[in-house]
Design a protein around this ligand. Structure first.
Ligand code: GLY
Length: 346
């Protein structure tokens, strides 16, 4: 599936006059934005937002927009989401995803194999079971019992190439901003990634939306860290890790090295900072600062980015390393990209 990719990259600095007003206490205060709005991680979020926007702009619910948006990338070949994504070190693609609505309802799947749309399985967990999270074989059996089809388990052509490259060295080495590297030659087609060192890494599609009724929802889906240990689960299926939604306050999602996000319950923390009155950008920044403080030297070696919107539809992000971008779509304009500010300046 090829989407139009109108790329209007806005550096945060370049949108400051429009969206961010400096306050006297040194923090940033964001001007009101409109609803509905949908924002998602990385430049691959542009076509994802278009799918969600069709739902939001016709009066649909945020929960449907974030599910269908996630499905649209789960259905493409890319490094980091869906069955076309990176395998683990034993050659299996295992998927993590979660979804959360405006009523604190949430559903999640982890270590799910051979099922194409993990976010929709997560939604079924939310809607049809008394549980929040199903994993592994149990999640797969639940999916099959609810109308999902078992796929053949073969690696995508791209992932097979990258796996064979990785097997030669068999080492895990994070590549910062891999999603962006990959999406440059992705165009939603199975174009092999050209990474200098042959390593292959991970990132995530996180989506948060505010619908015309003023309700928030979010989704987060990934194939996780490339060549992870078999059985490894990241932050993406964890409520409060890869995603958190509080309909009174705001919603946040994350991308990057999941272990680090889990350590601080990252997206829950971002929402709590918004509850304390911080703008989305400042809330994301405060969470990143909390993370860096744990081990500033180690923080130089990995990427984490948080993305948030609040109840007014203001949006913002902050990352450890430069290069984290997010995609925005609202009623004002075509979809565009925003460069996140970062803790380290490069
Ligand atoms: N943030 C995705 C992962 O760590 O798996």
């Amino acid at each position: 599936m090829i989407y139009p990719r109108r790329k209007f990259l806005k550096n945060t600095a370049s949108i400051l006059p429009i969206m961010v007003i400096a306050s006297s206490c040194g923090e940033t205060k964001q001007a009101s934005a409109k609803k509905p709005i949908i924002v998602s991680t990385w430049d691959s979020g542009l076509p994802v937002n278009e799918v969600g926007w069709k739902i939001l702009s016709s009066g649909g619910k945020a929960i449907d927009a974030v599910e269908k948006g996630a499905n649209s990338i789960e259905d493409t070949i890319n490094c980091c989401v869906g069955l076309g994504g990176n395998p683990d070190r034993d050659g299996y693609v295992t998927l993590d995803a979660c979804i959360m609505d405006d009523q604190y309802n949430c559903g999640s799947v982890a270590y799910l194999q051979d099922i194409k749309y993990p976010i929709s399985v997560a939604r079924k967990v939310m809607e049809l079971t008394p549980h929040v999270m199903l994993v592994g074989e149990g999640a797969k059996q639940f999916a099959l019992a609810n109308g999902f089809k078992e796929e053949d388990g073969k690696l995508s052509e791209v992932a097979q190439i990258e796996y064979e490259k990785w097997l030669k060295k068999s080492e895990y080495k994070p590549i910062i901003n891999i999603e962006q590297t990959q999406s440059k030659n992705q165009n939603n087609q199975a174009a092999p990634a050209k990474l200098d060192n042959g390593d292959f890494n991970h990132d995530t599609m996180g989506i948060v939306a505010l619908d015309g009724q003023g309700n928030l929802s979010g989704s987060c889906t990934t194939s996780g860290m490339g060549f992870k240990m078999h059985g490894r689960v990241g932050d993406s299926p964890l409520i409060g890790g890869g995603l958190y939604v509080d309909n009174e306050i705001g919603a946040a999602t994350s991308s990057g090295q999941g272990e680090e996000v889990i350590r601080i319950c990252g997206t829950h923390l971002v929402v709590e900072y918004m509850r304390m009155g911080k703008s989305p950008t400042d809330a994301c920044k405060a969470a990143i600062e909390r993370l860096v403080k744990i081990n500033p030297e180690k923080a130089k070696t990995f990427q984490v980015g948080f993305l948030a919107i609040n109840k007014s539809g203001e949006h913002g992000a902050f990352s450890i390393q430069p290069g984290f971008v997010y995609a925005v779509k609202d009623s004002d304009q075509d979809g565009y990209l925003v460069n996140s500010e970062s803790y380290f300046k490069g």
